[in-house]
Design a binder for this molecule. Sequence first.
Ligand code: 13P
Length: 287
Amino acid sequence: MLVSAKEMLQKAKAGKYAVGQFNINNLEWTKAILLTAQENNSPVILGVSEGAGKYMCGYKTVVGMVNGMLEELKITVPVALHLDHGSYEGAMACIEAGFSSVMFDGSHYSIEENIAKTKELVDLTSSKGISLEAEVGAIGGEEDGVIGGGEVADPNECKMIADLGVTMLAAGIGNIHGKYPENWAGLSFDTLDDIQKLTKEMPLVLHGGTGIPEDMIKKAISLGVSKINVNTECQLAFAAETRKYIEEGKDLQGKGFDPRKILAPGFEAIKATVKEKMELFGSINKA
Ligand code: 13P
């Protein structure tokens, strides 16, 4: 059964580790992540962007697929199904469809409007036992066509949003989605420290987990980050292995054209990437 992300993140914050949010794109992605979580006895959050939700034939299809897999694969570790960077309407649709967690990304609104919309969703989600992630300070880079400027959040605004009663808070600290540019300045740990001092036990979320050096990930966790989002890295690993299969001409040998064979190396690559991240984040055996 899907669970809210609340308990797993509060435990992670108290235990100084982070739970990974891995974005899903299709059945193979979902199965690879769920099996890896189970094999490593780790809690996990499946992230679904609005674009990926559309691609997978809508939120109800996603809920049906994930619930079916939890049962058929006998998954017993805590799993949350979470809308990533949702609009207000998207969050409402996911709550209706059976997601156990949603993100409302109001970072592009004025702080007043972000507060007003987040507050409405706090009331709605808390009455249904669904966890809610809010965001202050746009995450840079491009995701699903949304381009953010890589802002650094204002810690006082973070406190205002945290005080509304959200479950977890994403704050921009110089992180960006996708690959980091050569001249990237790194994460702003001073800002993170200020945010955590003001928001205290609130689990903080680090977006753009792909390509952040290991020492920065560990430092961020020590300063209150308890959820880390990874998307691009699984895509790169999947693409590299699929490319290799085709370039080696394996699709031309025997029944190598069978989609179940073509997608197998990429599937294994996602599993390896997810396991590596779970080790780094410290969530193994924390289910
Ligand atoms: P990356 O694609 O950079 O790993 O970021 C993922 C993310 O933050 C999803 O919200």
